[in-house]
Design a protein around this ligand. Sequence first.
Ligand code: GLN
Length: 538
Amino acid sequence: MVSSPKYIFVTGGVTSSLGKGIISASLAKLLQARGYRVTIQKLDPYINIDPGTMNPYEHGECYVTDDGAETDLDLGHYERFLNQPTSQSNNITTGRIYYNVIMAERRGDYLGKTVQVVPHITDEIKRNIFLLGETGKYDIIITEIGGCVGDIESLPFLEAVRQIRMDKPHEDVIVIHLTLIPYLSKVGELKTKPTQHSVRDLQESGILPDILVCRTEHDLPMDIRQKIARFCNVNLNAVIESIDAETIYDVPLLMKKEKLDEIVLQKLHLSAEREPDLESWKAFLGKLKNPTTDVEIALVGKYVELKDSYKSIVEAFTHAGAANEAKVKIRWIQSERLAESEELLNNVHGILVAPGFGERGFEGKIKAVKYARERKIPFFGICLGMQCAVVEFARNVLHWENANSTEMDKNTPYPVIDIMENQRNLENKGGTMRLGAQPCKIRKATLAYQIYQKEMISERHRHRYEFNSQYLEDFEKAGMIASGRNPDSNLVEITELKNHPFFIGTQFHPELKSTVESPHPLFVHFVRAAIAHKNSRL
Ligand code: GLN
């Protein structure tokens, strides 16, 4: 369609958390809806090779792609908006760049030269930026640069962008800068000075932005837009207002109203003739905003203080809620607190036990499972949540005292969840889990089959421990069955209870594959079961 791929860089200034990821995803959505083939990548300025080893409190959820990359949670937004998978090439950190360069240096690839930030680090950054473009699969590559302009860490990325602008024809590369226009309530004024300074910082790196997206709590009046255009050296129609939205899913339409996609296409010399087809997006928004019922679901986890730790789960509930025309209210429950009292679960319509690592909060999660199992409340356990369901069943149904996962108790007499053989002797923590998409075969006449309506599925993994198949027969006799297994390794991927209206655990992470246009069936059916549970009690 487009002869050579176009590159859009999205930088940010004034403060972090302005929503670069959502702006990038929204722009991509608009361009995709006009028929362009678009992808988005994120460059992160930290030194970790990837966020896989970071605590969720540090960085929020670690998003996993089909090819097993542990990535920034913004990639989740890219997939949810574009309804297409990302991969390792869509997330690159400073750590990975330096790692590649240092490995090349050790191999002798630089032939005795001094290895420097410019050109070696910037060349490696550019090589990574172009990887997606070179696949021939995309017309437009949007690259979001993490952090803020002015950060020491971002400098090599900005230098790479400056060079790319020099190297490529002007109409092939544009820079969008996202800034904040604060509102001083005491004087009742919107202030442009931080934006002016931020653009000046960007200019110091040799980059003139083509478009400014201004995050604001109030509409930007014409005189403010003119002032921003004049002082920041951009066209008036390239000053785009990004007003606080009710939901992130409104942003594509807000950006369309501001004509962000049109000005982008104009600057890239691409046709804007075809109007964006946003019918299914609007249908989703219509359902999201006009629920006919509501339902309350407990999300039991140990990182609940930072909601970003469960980003994909929350968004999967948004998609599944809309599919059911229901508002899903999440009751956040710190699993450690459940160990003392289960009252926190009173009157919920469904219970989800979240993924996680380590002992803290584990016993509280076990309590949540027991509560759901005994009271026949719809239950959904994801990864560690599924493992909790297995341990709870072993202890309270099979009466195996002190049954546990060996992650929590190495000496348990009943290691019903155990470390995988190939994980046993690993010393490195980074990138060594069972990661990425794997096939799973579903047994017919099970809840899982009823939900997926097919035998073979593929879902993403991120864990070290597994159901210990040695005990499977005992479990199945007592009513907990393995309804999904890996066709190659036979590992148990889905467990469910026979005599319960809705009780399912998955070793994989279905939340990672839910999108606006394809809400995940497990979430859709779980929400449906929660609504049914609520109605049965009225
Ligand atoms: N800690 C568990 C394991 O490593 C579960 C991981 C998870 O919930 N993602 O197997």
